[in-house]
Design a binder for this molecule. Structure first.
Ligand code: ZN
Length: 161
C-alpha cells in the first residue's frame, strides 16, 4: 500500500523517532509499504517519519539497486568527506550542497531483529547520513548554505558547459 509522503512544514519531520521494539507483522507491513512508496517516487531513500510514523526505520537503495532495510540504525564509523547536491522527497523541487563523509559504516537490525553491519560510499554513504538524520528530526536543508530550484540548477549547469 502506498503511503503519503509528508513535506517540510509538517512538525512530524522535526520530531525524534522512537526505537523499534517489536519485529512483528505491523513492522513488516510498514517496511513493505515504504518500499512500494520509495520505488514509486523514484527516490533513493526513505525514513519512516516521512510517512508519518515516528519509528527508527529507514530504507536505502544502494548502487546495485538493492533495497536495504535498516531498523534502529546507528553510524559506527565514517571516513573522508564529500560535498554534493542533495534532495529529499519531503522537500520537493529543492536541492542544496551538503558535506557528508565519503564512507559510512552502519549497524542496524533487519526485519527479524537480527543485528548486522553494512558499509558503503559515495551516494549510498550520503543516503545513510541523510536518512538517519530524519530519525532525529533533521532535514538536509539545515546543512545546506542555500537551496536551489531545478531551474536554477539547469542555469548553473548551462553556465559550466
Ligand atoms: Zn529526506
Amino acid at each position: 500500500m502506498l503511503r503519503t509522503i509528508i513535506t517540510q512544514g509538517d512538525p512530524v519531520l522535526n520530531k525524534v523517532s522512537h526505537p523499534v521494539t517489536k519485529f512483528d507483522q505491523k513492522l513488516w507491513d510498514l517496511l513493505d509499504d515504504m518500499r512500494e512508496t520509495l520505488t514509486q517516487s523514484n527516490g533513493v531513500g526513505l525514513a519512516a517519519p516521512q510517512v508519518g510514523i515516528l519509528r527508527r526505520v529507514v530504507l536505502v537503495i544502494n548502487a546495485n539497486d538493492e533495497v536495504l532495510e535498516l531498523i534502529n540504525p546507528t553510524i559506527i564509523h565514517t571516513e573522508g568527506e564529500q560535498e554534493g547536491l542533495e534532495g529529499c522527497l519531503s522537500v520537493p523541487g529543492k536541492w542544496g550542497n551538503v558535506k557528508r563523509p565519503m564512507k559510512v559504516r552502519v549497524r542496524a537490525q533487519d526485519r527479524n531483529g537480527q543485528w548486522f553491519e553494512v558499509e558503503d560510499e559515495e551516494l549510498t554513504a550520503r543516503c545513510f547520513c541523510h536518512e538517519l538524520d530524519h530519525l532525529d528530526g533533521h532535514l538536509f536543508s539545515e546543512l545546506a548554505d542555500r537551496l536551489y530550484t531545478s531551474e536554477e540548477l539547469d542555469a548553473m549547469m548551462a553556465e559550466e558547459e
